[in-house]
Design a protein around this ligand. Structure first.
Ligand SMILES: Nc1ncnc2c1ncn2[C@@H]1O[C@H](COP(=O)(O)OP(=O)(O)O)[C@@H](O)[C@H]1O
Ligand SMILES: [Mg+2]
Length: 392
């Protein structure tokens, strides 16, 4: 078959697509199978199966080492581009063996972000910002023998945008409400939010990365308590928030920057964390983690007040991501918005998909839009994705 014939063979009406990713927390590979039809605002989305696969420790360590410019090396980045693709393909093959779907038309892979720098730098006559997701699409396509779409973020840079966050597209499709003003808050390693006023049109949506979700709390749990994260916020619950430290840390300029904006591990590095630790010398480990948790909450509150609430009242703050399980953090958000309903996405009566599957579904939807030739970019005409064919 020629390439044109192979393109023509891609189903047009209804597609079965797998979304796959590892987030900034590098805590697991999420794999979700979806059935998709329609495009744009009339897309229908059904999640058929979802699973998270653990990332073997040496691979996780290799990824984290190469997310930090002080420890990354070029040979390892090159190697990770293949290694992450092999890992994702292996997870997908195990997923297929277990769930035995009748049909899979495509894989949409986010890959693993190593570097995200939305700040433009002038080089010669060019002004360049960049983002790098490793996990080569052609390796995934060849290993699984399934058509693969990858590289969802880079095209937006051509239009002066950041390729992040991408979640607002799915939030807009799934969560906009006829009467309620909603904010969707995803507490991953980094937090991002999408503000949808009642009956919002695509151009009304306000969205941005808001800073650290779990990334600083995780570092504190690991460094001071030898725990991977603060399960249910129990450590923070034992401490007392230090208000003067909190005020100081809230001065971080990123929180004041106007949206849209994006960030990542390159801001919240080990060195950044070490500085916070140094600021807090003399306070107890539980007070430190409580204050970091308050920083996560208050930085969100401050940005909602500045960038969202002048535009709309807040009826519902709907929280997803692993951080939604941090009860101390959620209580702090509830206290800040006593007139709003602050709830976990899974507690919505009309919840369209389980919260843990949200990002896998997002990439499946983005892959589906790409194959339909439709832009899933919120503010630009960019066609998000790169296509890799399997071998014949
Ligand atoms: N029970 C829990 N209590 C508190 N935090 C949790 C809990 N479960 C998961 N997390 C946090 O969620 C993170 C993973 O969230 P996730 O949404 O997968 O983020 P990412 O998209 O960055 O991978 C973990 O690193 C941890 O910090
Ligand atoms: Mg994750």
């Amino acid at each position: 078959m020629t390439l044109a014939q192979r393109l023509n063979a891609i189903p047009n009406h209804e597609r079965f697509g797998i979304g796959v990713l590892s987030g900034t927390s590098v805590d697991g590979v999420d794999v979700g199978l979806t059935r998709l039809s329609g495009t744009g605002e009339t897309t229908t989305i059904k999640l058929l199966a979802f699973q998270t696969f653990p990332i073997p420790k040496p691979i996780r360590e290799r990824i984290l080492k190469n997310c930090d410019k002080h420890t990354a090396t070029l040979p390892e980045i090159s190697e990770l581009n293949v290694l992450v693709a092999e890992l994702f393909a292996d997870c997908i093959l195990r997923f297929l063996k277990q769930h035995r779907p009748k049909r899979v038309d495509f894989i949409a892979s986010h890959g693993q972000t190593l570097w995200h720098n939305p700040k433009r730098e002038r080089i010669g006559k060019f002004r360049i910002g960049s983002t790098l997701q490793v996990g080569d699409g052609s390796v995934i396509a060849h290993r699984t023998r399934i058509l693969t779409i990858s590289n969802f973020r880079t095209a937006e840079f051509v239009f002066g945008k950041d390729g992040a966050p991408l979640a607002p597209y799915l939030d807009f499709l799934l969560f906009r409400h006829a009467q309620k003003n909603r904010v969707l808050l995803n507490l991953g390693g980094i937090s991002n939010l999408t503000a949808l006023k009642a009956n919002a049109k695509k151009e009304d949506v306000i969205y941005f990365d808001a800073g650290a979700g779990n990334v600083l709390i995780d570092k504190a749990a690991q460094r001071l308590f030898q725990k991977p994260f603060d399960r249910d916020g129990k450590l923070a619950a034992q401490g007392k928030v230090n208000q003067s430290l909190l005020r100081r840390w809230l001065k971080e300029p990123f929180y004041r920057q106007k949206p849209p904006k994006s960030t990542g591990r390159e801001l919240f590095t080990d060195a950044y964390f070490e500085q916070l630790l140094a600021d807090a010398s003399g306070i107890s480990p539980t007070d430190f983690i409580a204050t970091l948790t308050a920083l996560t909450a208050q930085s969100l509150v401050m940005q909602l007040e500045r960038f969202v609430l002048p535009n709309m009242t807040l009826d519902e703050l709907i929280v997803s991501g692993g951080g939604a399980n941090n009860k101390t953090l959620i209580e702090m958000l509830k206290a800040a918005f006593p007139k709003s309903r602050v709830l976990k996405q899974d507690d919505l009566t009309d919840n369209p998909i389980p919260a843990k599957a949200k990002e896998a579904v997002l990439f499946a939807v983005l892959g589906h839009e790409f194959l339909s030739g439709k832009s899933a970019s919120m503010q630009t005409p960019a066609l998000l994705g790169t296509l890799s064919f399997p071998p014949k």
